[in-house]
Structure formats: structure tokens, C-alpha cells
Design a protein around this ligand. Structure first.
Ligand code: ADP
Ligand code: MG
Length: 319
């Protein structure tokens, strides 16, 4: 390879907001025949919002949201951020309670103990929000939040009616998480994320170029399928744990696929490293940006196709 062609190629990329880390990825990218997209934060904007809370039993909303909001304040997941923002907004407070014994299980959910609810109650009360409980307040509550699989692992019973209700909701492409307080399922929080405006065109362009396009996500399969349909992707892998994203890529590679993985999250970094070309969204986490071969500085999904085209042009110039 001529160093000049590589220099020109990376230079043109840089000017256009496509950061290519060296000659190797630049020369390899044109061989890609399969592009895998992560969902949350890649195809969708990754700033989801709570749009409804379904309560079960006699748990009251401010009480529930103060506990779940506090628990999620220890997580950095986009879903957690959505719940924390929602809690602060409806309780009219800035500071949530304390969290101990926090555990985050990637791709599943969280588990922790919440204390100091009294401070939250006082603060909210000052703003006219009354947090009440059906029982006397306790010093500590055990909180579990996450997906269906996480509830199963934690032995939280989900009634059939609730599952049926959720199945209908999932068809709308929205995510949801189950919430348990002291071992009992008390609510489901519905969360909506917006699909990026250019996502459909980006997928269309890649397909026109003859590439296979795949969606890979830890989210619920129905939610994943709905999002995929909206952007024109037919091949979907849903409910894939972060550790298994690598396995999916390895499997595709064993089928003679040359794989580009596009992602943004900490969870995606092993997959970005495993792919023949790892492509990170510029606004993604540092870990993802570091693990990737290509960084899309302008956060524009159309630049996935542009990066591949740039590679083809560079290689033609070398030959
Ligand atoms: P993606 O691959 O779409 O980025 P993740 O692998 O990060 O998704 O998460 C998969 C699922 O795990 C989420 O849809 C959610 O149900 C659950 N989950 C992960 N982290 C949390 C959290 N902090 N709170 C609640 N649920 C969570
Ligand atoms: Mg993501």
C-alpha cells in the first residue's frame, strides 16, 4: 500500500468527520459485507423518556418513583437516566435517597438497597408533593429493576395478566422495565426512545451497496423487531447479553462474513473489537470510541456507508 494513498484517505475522512485509526482499517473496510447496528444509542437517539408507569397493587406513585429513581441514580444506563429524570421532575426534587449494595448486571438490570427516604420525603413535601406508603416507612428497601429475564433470575413472580399486557405494549416498539420492592413486583415503567432521523436512509444506502444489515440488541425481541421494521432491517438479534454480542459476530465471521459493528455503549466495546471493523458513534462512551477502528465524529449514521466508500476509493488508488 502506498503511504500517500492512505494519508489522503485518512485525511479526506478526517475532513468529513470520519476518524479512521490508521491504514489497516482504511484498507479493510471495503471488504465489509455485513453491517451490524446496536439499537439503543446507535439506531435510536439513546435518550429515552419515561412515558407511563403502570402500578400493581396498592403502591402509590410518588413512593414507588422515589425508590426506583433513587436505585437507578447509581446506574449510567440510558434507561436509568430516563427514570432518574422522571423521578426528579414529578417529585420536584434535586436530590434522591442513598443507595447501598448496588449491583449492575449488564443487559439485565440492577439490584440494591435504598435508604434515607425520609430526606426525600421532606424535600418533596416542601414542594407540595406528598409521598405516602401503605405501611410504616422502613429504614431500607430492597429494589430490583430490569427485564423479564432479570425478574426470573431474582425469583420475582410476574402474573400472567401482566405479561399479556406487556406483550401488547411491546408491539409499539417501546421498552419497559419491571420494578420490585422487597421481593414483590409493584410496577412496570414504559420507556420510549426516538429513532434517529437518518437511520432509515443509512440502512437503505448500505443495502443498495449490496451489504447485509443486522440489528443486535440486549433489548426485548419484540421491541427490537419493531425498531428494525421502522428502519428497514430484516435480520434481528434481540435479548442478546453484552457477552453474547461477541459470539454473534464470531458466528457471522465463521459464515465468511466480513463484519462491521456500529455501536456506542460500554456494552458494545468487546463487539467493536471483535468485528473486522469496529465503528463507534462519536458521542458514544469513551470505552466504545477507544475500542473502535473508525469513529463517526458527526454522529451521522450515513457516514457508515461513506467510510466504506472511502476505503474502496483508497484501495483503487493503491492498485
Ligand atoms: P442495548 O443492547 O439495547 O444497548 P442493554 O444490553 O444495555 O441494551 O440492556 C438490555 C436490557 O437490560 C434493557 O432493555 C433493560 O431491560 C435491562 N437493563 C439494563 N440496565 C438496566 C438498568 N440500569 N435499569 C433497568 N433495566 C436495565
Ligand atoms: Mg447502545
Amino acid at each position: 500500500a502506498t503511504p500517500t494513498a492512505v494519508m489522503v484517505g485518512t485525511g479526506v475522512g478526517a475532513i468529513n468527520g470520519i476518524l479512521i485509526k490508521g491504514g489497516l482499517p482504511l484498507e479493510r473496510a471495503h471488504k465489509v459485507n455485513t453491517v451490524i447496528f446496536d439499537k439503543t444509542g446507535t439506531i435510536t437517539r439513546g435518550t429515552p423518556q419515561v412515558y407511563s408507569v403502570h402500578l400493581f397493587g396498592d403502591c402509590c406513585l410518588p413512593f414507588l418513583i422515589s425508590l426506583i429513581g433513587t436505585a437507578e441514580s447509581s446506574s449510567e444506563h440510558p434507561i436509568a437516566n430516563a427514570i432518574v429524570d422522571h423521578a426528579k421532575k414529578i417529585l420536584c426534587i434535586e436530590q434522591l435517597g442513598h443507595v447501598t449494595n448496588f449491583n449492575n448486571f449488564a443487559g439485565l438490570g440492577i439490584e440494591c438497597d435504598v435508604t434515607s427516604l425520609d430526606a426525600v420525603i421532606k424535600e418533596a413535601y416542601k414542594h407540595g408533593v406528598y409521598i405516602s406508603s401503605t405501611e410504616d416507612f422502613k429504614l431500607s428497601y430492597h429494589i430490583i429493576v430490569g427485564n423479564q429475564e432479570w425478574m426470573k433470575q431474582k425469583n420475582i413472580f410476574i402474573a400472567t395478566e401482566i405479561n399479556e399486557m406487556m406483550e401488547k405494549q411491546e408491539n409499539n416498539g417501546h421498552s419497559h422495565v419491571f420494578c420490585a420492592i422487597d421481593g414483590k413486583l409493584v410496577a412496570v415503567i414504559m420507556i420510549a426512545d426516538q429513532i434517529k432521523v437518518e437511520a432509515h436512509l443509512a440502512v437503505y444506502t448500505l443495502k443498495k451497496m449490496g451489504l447485509d444489515v443486522v440489528l443486535l440488541t440486549g433489548d426485548n425481541i419484540k421491541t427490537a423487531e419493531h425498531v428494525a421494521r421502522q428502519v428497514g432491517i430484516e435480520d434481528v438479534f434481540g435479548e442478546v447479553l453484552p457477552s453474547d454480542k461477541v459470539a454473534v459476530i464470531k458466528w457471522l465471521q465463521s459464515q465468511n462474513k466480513v463484519v462491521a459493528m456500529v455501536g456506542d455503549g460500554v456494552n458494545d466495546s468487546p463487539a467493536l473489537a471483535q468485528a473486522d471493523i469496529g465503528i463507534a458513534i462519536g458521542s458514544g462512551t469513551d470505552v466504545a470510541v477507544e475500542a473502535a477502528d473508525v469513529v463517526l465524529i458527526q454522529n451521522d449514521l450515513l457516514d457508515v456507508a461513506n467510510a466504506i466508500l472511502l476505503s474502496s476509493k483508497t484501495v483503487q488508488r493503491i492498485k
